[in-house]
Every structure is written in structure tokens, then in C-alpha cells.
Design a protein around this ligand. Structure first.
Ligand code: NOJ
Length: 766
């Protein structure tokens, strides 16, 4: 028997090696074919045509800057354009592609890009919300569906995933990423790249991902948009860079440079970043596009005039210039003056052409253009079903006093708040192609789910905001707040009267879609005042108060936490908002999301994140203490810590069982907890693994997330959850930026969130 086993193993191994060798030989020969093709094409190209490939223009469907390109049609014919973005629809795209392929001298196809950030036409929750699902399968599938819909509308490139780590909720773009944790952010980055790019980028339903914003954009000082980033190298490598690197490892085809400076050098002209780190250290093989006019903005950063900064950025490793036409208008002159070399231009041009090759556009420039698919594959019932599912999984139950939720499917509900009967705010930020009118409002969703069994009394209660500045800055592209012109007090009075007639009040409140996202930094992250006033009046009625919270970032909710019976954080849920919210409110789905960014008690605590350092004078959290690292007017703790989220049921964790407490080198530590569902509902729990390294050559974070498992338990059911830990989980960047682990004691923590864990200690020697 043993003999057969070993023969079988040898055969398996041989098959594996042969398959691997075959695959890598295939990749090599593919690469060789691509090199030959691109080299031969470049052999025919004029200097102007090469520079044209580096030029990305927009025709103005979705613009995020002051400048829009003119004369696009003529430029395509001349070969002055490498790609177009901010457009979608096979009608436009096939015409533009035809111009390039039939009317330009060398028939080079264009690449078409768009900000497809959380779905294309079927809109899923904002990325911060999706990340709260801790379901990498669903997250990957969201990107797969988005890619299918986007390609059905002619696109082949998406400006996603946004993988910027962010620890400052004043920054509006926190909504676009996966939160504050580098390890978790890396898992999400990989899942999204895989989802977008599919099995092969050549497939008609696959797009090329564009990882952004490289780099460290989320570290903007004071959370102010486009602001300076200045951070130590250790912090950069340990906490901010991992998700970008994970995206490279997952095979992302392109990167977008960020607007910010990094320790004095703007990312878009930063050779260390774009060449030394991204390409030489990480082995990235794709191309880098600038963010919207980021090349031109190097002038504002103080690096020189357009010609100077264009030459500098090209040499730094930037390949494509978004909108600004700096490359197009200056590189020829710079070549003549010796400020760039032909090799610099060729390198960038080759990278752009290679991307088109990898997408299969030279084989078939119209590969995704199929009007039938545009009709059949977009906004389908299945996609909407999925949108409902992922929205439900993204919601986080922040509070649930005395089981206020789930609601009974009977009795009378007062549904109030400016977001309750509202379609236009359901989708969140960055929905270029999504149609708000096709979203399900909360009022509609509740009717769909409970029909006539529940008596629903509706009152608007307040406007989203009555603050004129916030109002002016929170609605873009001609959209406007749907305002009620009645005096605020009259609306509140009506809502209070309505509340008095009901068994329970459901207040749907929070931020409008564009109070977060690009150019939406806030210094005050409370629920806007008009809605706060409404909540205060509702709380006074003494009726159970459920807050359904819309938000693109963590908000400060200390008042709400004290006064509401329940808070369900629904972010901006997307197309199926109302249905998903109703499913959760009435217990058809038991919430299982956990926040991926810390919720502060006050703006003064920001930046606040769970994996901070200990300091030399740590505060133990007990009572007022002089000369400790704390505040004299507020506790250090978060209101809701990273990884936190409740369920309608309760989970009990056993202590941690270890297979050993002393380990050496490559051994594996198995850490097991038993989790029991001690409540009345079936539920899912995200079991989280953290590790701390109390003694090391540098001061380490107090703890770091290293794994998680999402499990489902029936009432009364128990499951053992085991994490296999190797020295990979112990590694960190030391003072010389070497990624390694150091022997000694490690504390394993497993629990329901970053500040509620069981612990066990091990010694691990080299
Ligand atoms: C600016 C934003 O920073 C970026 O995320 C986006 O992809 C581009 N505009 C293109 O719309």
C-alpha cells in the first residue's frame, strides 16, 4: 500500500511539475510573441505616434477636474491619442474605435477606461461598505460582475481598485477603499484585481484593473483632499504599501499615480516610487497612468513649467498622461533639447502598447463590442439579486439595545428621515453609469418585504442639511439636494407626531452620496445638524429608535450611541438599497458585517486606528492619569473599534487551544477557538486573528490582524476555528527595511473584534 502511495505521489508531483513548466513555457512564448509584435509595430511608428500613445483624454462624461479635452475626433485620426476615459456605451465606443482602427495611419486600437468603482450599472455598496462584509468571495464577484457589465458597454479598463489605506475619516475618499488595515486591505486588493481581470484579460468580459492611487494618498495631512503626505519609511512599508504590492502580485495590469507628494517628491514625478519600488523591487510589468491632470499639477507642487515636469515624470516612470496633454505638447521639444531620450519615450510607449496587446485589442479591437450583450448582460435580475446579497452582507449592526432589532413583521412603524423616501442618495459616491432612479428606496424596500403586514407611517422630518456651505459642496454634476421648503421645526413636529402613533421609529439619516468621495473632506464628521435635531426630538418621544445610517466614512456617533435603541450602518448600499435594508431590519438576513475602519468618539482623536504603537507611557484606560499618553477630556478608546459589528444572535468564544507553546523555525502553530452561537438566530461571525510581538528591535504595533474566518452557526451550534500560523505571520519591516521576524514571545489573539479577544502566548525561536 505504502509503495503505491509513493508511486502515486511521484506521478502527481511529475504531473504538477510538467503542468507548471508547460504553463511557464506558454507564458514565456506569449511574452516573446508580444515583444515581437510590439517591437515590429514600434518600428513603424513616428515619434509623434509614439507620443500619441501616452496621451489619455476624456470626452467629458465624468470629469473630475477643470480641464476637458477638445477636438478628440481629429486627434484620434492623427494618432495623437492612446486612450479615452470617462465614456461608456457601445455606440460611442465602437465609433471612436473605428476611427482609430480605420482612419489612423497604423490602425492602433484605443483603450477605453472608466471609473467603475463599485459596480457599473448595477451598483453595489461603496467599497468601504463591501469591505465590511469580510467576504472575499463576494468582493471578487462584485468586480467580476462589474467587469461583465462594463465590457458589455464597450470598456476594457477600469480605474479600480482603490487600495489606499486610510486612518483619517475626515478624508472623504475613505469611502472608496477597504479601510485602515494593511493585511486586510491586501486581501481585498487581490480579490478585486482577480475579479476585474478574470481568467485572461483577453476574454471579452475581462477588463484591465488600474490600481490607485499610487501611493499613500490616504495619508493626506489633516484629512484634507490632495494634501501633503509625509511619513517614515517603516510606516510606509509596514502599513501603507502592502495593498499596492498585493495588487502587483495579483497581476494588476496598470497603476495610477496619486496627486500627493511623498516626503517632498510628488508621486507623479517620483522616480523612487514609480521605478525603483514599483518596477525594480516589486517587478510590476504594466503601465502607469497619471491621475487627472496630476502631471500638470507638478507645476503647482513647485517642480517647474509643463515641459520640465513632463520630462521629469516620463523619466520617473510615468507612461500615460491623463487629460493634461503635457506629454503630447512638450516631449518632442524635450527630445530635441536632450531633456528626455528616445529610449525614455519608447519605454513608455511600449508599456502602453503591451497593455493593449494583453487585452487582446490587436487581435480584435471590438472584442467587447456587442450590442446584444449590452442589452442582455447589464442590470440583469441576477446582478440585482447579487447587489441585494452583498449589500446585506456589508451592513454593520453598531448597536442593538435590548434586541430592538429585528423588527416585528406587524404593528406600526414610523419611517422618518430625509434618506427614507429617496432614490438619489442610495448609490453613494462614484457612480458614473449607475442610475439613481432605478434604485430601491427604503420606503419601497420595506413595502416589498413586509407588504401590508406592517402599517408604515412616513414623515420626512428634515432636510439632509440646512447648512448652505455643506449644501453647496455636497452635490456635484448639477445634482441637487431634494429639499423640502417647509421650516425645519414644522418638519420635526410632523415627524414627532408620526412617531407618537407608532410602535417603533426607524430614522433613515446620515450623509448624502457625495458628502464623501473625492473632494469631500469634512472637519466635522457628525450626522449633519438638521438631522441631529430631528433625532433628538424623536428620542424624546420615548419610542424605540432605530437609526439606519448612511455614511461614506466613520462618523462620530457618541450621542446616537447613547440615545438610539439600534444603529444599523448601511453605508451607501447601491441599487438594491431598500430591499437589502428591509431584509435586515425584519430579520430575513442577520447582519454579519464588521467595520474595517475605527469609529472615533470625536474628531480630536483622529488619526485613530487599532494597530497603533504602545508609546513609552501607555495609558491603561483606568481612571485619570497624569503623565500618560492620553487626553484630559476624552478617553483614548474608539467608540467602535476596528473589526467590530454585532449580530442578532450572540457568540461565545472559548479560550485558545494551541498545538504547542514553544516553536522553532518553520514549524506551524495551530491556534483553535471554539465559537458557540448562544442566541436565538442563525448567524455568521467573522472570527479574527491578531498577533502581537511585545519585544522586538523596533517598537511594534500593539497588535496586527493576520487572518480571519467567516463562519455560520445555527442557534446552539459550536464550531472549532483553527488558524495555522507560520513565521510568515510574524514578519515585519525592521529598521533597515528588511522584512523578517525576530525570535521571542508572541501573543496570539482571537476574537470578535480588535479589542475583544482571547489571548495565548508562545515562544518562537529561530
Ligand atoms: C480623479 C480621481 O482621483 C481618480 O480616482 C479617478 O480615477 C480619476 N479622477 C478619473 O476620473
Amino acid at each position: 500500500m505504502k509503495k503505491y502511495n509513493s508511486i502515486f505521489k511521484t506521478i502527481l508531483f511529475t504531473v504538477f511539475v510538467l503542468t507548471f513548466c508547460h504553463a511557464s513555457a506558454q507564458t514565456k512564448s506569449e511574452e516573446a510573441k508580444m515583444n515581437t509584435y510590439v517591437a515590429s509595430l514600434m518600428g513603424k511608428m513616428t515619434l509623434e505616434e509614439k507620443i500619441g500613445q501616452l496621451n489619455l483624454v476624456t470626452s467629458g462624461v465624468a470629469t473630475t477636474g477643470a480641464v476637458v479635452n477638445k477636438g478628440v475626433e481629429e486627434s484620434i485620426k492623427k494618432g495623437d491619442i492612446g486612450g479615452i476615459f470617462g465614456v461608456y456605451g457601445t455606440n460611442y465606443i465602437s465609433k471612436a474605435q473605428e476611427l482609430a482602427v480605420k482612419n489612423s495611419r497604423l490602425h492602433i486600437p484605443l483603450i477605453f477606461g472608466l471609473d467603475v468603482i463599485h459596480g457599473h450599472k448595477t451598483i453595489f455598496p461603496i467599497p468601504l461598505g463591501m469591505s465590511a462584509s469580510w467576504d472575499l468571495g463576494l468582493i471578487e464577484q462584485s468586480a467580476r460582475i462589474a467587469a461583465k457589465e462594463a465590457t458589455a458597454e464597450g470598456l476594457n479598463w477600469v480605474f479600480s481598485p482603490m487600495v489606499d489605506i486610510a486612518r483619517d475619516p475626515r478624508w472623504g475618499r475613505m469611502s472608496e477603499g477597504a479601510g485602515e488595515d494593511p493585511w486586510y486591505g491586501s486581501q481585498v486588493a487581490k480579490a478585486l484585481v482577480k475579479g476585474y481581470q478574470g481568467k485572461s484579460m483577453k476574454d471579452a468580459d475581462a477588463v484591465m484593473a488600474c490600481v490607485k492611487h499610487f501611493a499613500l494618498y490616504g495619508g493626506a495631512e489633516a484629512g484634507r483632499e490632495y494634501n501633503t503626505v509625509d511619513m517614515s519609511l517603516i510606516k510606509m512599508y509596514q502599513d501603507y504599501l502592502p495593498p499596492y504590492k498585493a495588487a502587483v502580485d495579483a497581476g494588476a495590469g496598470s497603476f495610477m499615480s496619486s496627486f500627493n507628494t511623498i516626503n517632498g517628491v510628488p508621486a507623479t514625478g517620483n522616480q523612487w516610487l514609480l521605478t525603483d519600488l514599483l518596477r525594480k523591487q516589486w517587478g510590476f510589468k504594466g503601465f502607469v497612468v497619471s491621475d487627472y491632470t496630476a502631471l500638470n499639477e507638478l507645476t503647482n507642487h513647485g517642480l517647474g513649467d509643463l515641459q520640465t515636469v513632463s520630462a521629469l515624470a516620463l523619466k520617473a516612470g510615468l507612461d500615460m498622461d491623463m487629460v493634461g496633454e503635457g506629454f503630447l505638447t512638450t516631449l518632442k521639444k524635450s527630445l530635441k533639447e536632450g531633456k528626455v531620450s528616445l529610449a525614455d519615450i519608447d519605454l513608455a510607449c511600449r508599456r502602453v502598447l503591451e497593455a493593449k496587446y494583453k487585452l487582446g485589442l490587436f487581435d480584435n479591437p471590438y472584442k467587447s463590442i456587442n450590442p446584444d450583450r449590452e442589452k442582455q448582460d447589464v442590470f440583469t435580475d441576477d446582478n440585482r439579486k447579487f447587489a441585494r446579497q452583498i449589500a446585506e452582507h456589508s451592513f454593520v449592526l453598531l448597536k442593538n439595545k435590548a434586541q430592538t432589532l429585528p423588527l416585528q413583521k406587524s404593528g406600526t412603524i414610523a419611517l422618518v428621515g430625509p434618506l427614507a423616501d429617496n432614490h438619489s442618495e442610495m448609490l453613494g459616491t462614484w457612480v458614473v453609469a449607475g442610475d439613481p432612479a432605478k434604485s430601491v428606496s427604503v420606503l419601497e424596500g420595506i413595502k416589498n418585504v413586509v407588504g401590508n403586514n406592517v402599517n408604515i407611517l412616513y414623515a420626512r422630518g428634515s432636510n439632509i442639511t440646512d447648512d448652505s456651505l455643506l449644501n453647496a459642496r455636497s452635490w456635484f454634476y448639477g445634482m441637487q439636494q431634494i429639499k423640502d421648503s417647509r421650516p425645519a421645526q414644522e418638519m420635526i413636529d410632523e415627524a414627532v407626531e408620526t412617531a407618537k402613533k407608532a410602535d417603533v421609529v426607524v430614522a433613515v439619516v446620515g450623509e448624502s452620496a457625495n458628502m464623501s468621495g473625492e473632494s469631500s473632506s469634512r472637519s466635522d464628521i457628525n450626522i449633519p445638524e438638521s438631522q441631529r435635531d430631528l433625532l433628538k426630538a424623536l428620542a424624546k418621544t420615548g419610542k424605540p429608535l432605530v437609526i439606519v445610517l448612511f455614511n461614506g466614512r466613520p462618523l462620530t456617533l457618541t450621542w446616537e450611541d447613547t440615545h438610539a435603541g439600534a444603529i444599523l450602518d448601511v453605508w451607501a448600499p447601491g441599487t438594491e438599497a431598500g430591499n437589502a435594508i428591509a431584509d435586515v431590519l425584519f430579520g430575513n438576513y442577520n447582519p454579519s458585517g464588521k467595520i474595517t475602519a475605527t469609529f472615533p468618539r470625536s474628531v480630536g482623536q483622529i488619526p485613530i486606528y487599532y494597530n497603533h504603537k504602545n508609546t513609552g507611557r501607555p495609558f491603561d484606560g483606568k481612571g485619570p492619569a497624569k503623565f500618560k499618553s492620553d487626553y484630559i477630556d476624552i478617553s483614548n478608546d474608539a467608540l467602535y473599534p476596528f473589526g467590530y459589528g454585532l449580530s442578532y444572535t450572540t457568540f461565545k468564544y472559548s479560550g485558545i487551544k494551541l498545538n504547542k507553546t514553544a516553536l522553532k523555525g518553520n514549524e506551524t502553530l495551530k491556534a483553535t477557538v471554539t465559537v458557540t452561537n448562544t442566541g436565538k438566530y442563525a448567524g455568521e461571525e467573522v472570527v479574527q486573528l491578531y498577533i502581537s510581538d511585545p519585544v522586538a528591535s523596533i517598537s511594534r504595533s500593539v497588535t496586527e490582524l493576520k487572518g480571519f474566518q467567516k463562519i455560520t452557526l445555527q442557534p446552539g451550534e459550536s464550531k472549532d476555528v483553527t488558524f495555522n500560523i507560520t513565521t510568515k505571520e510574524l514578519e515585519f519591516y525592521n529598521n533597515r527595511l528588511v522584512y523578517d521576524w525576530e525570535p521571542g514571545e508572541f501573543i496570539v489573539q482571537i476574537g470578535t473584534n480588535s479589542s475583544d479577544t482571547r489571548t495565548a502566548s508562545v515562544q518562537w525561536l529561530k
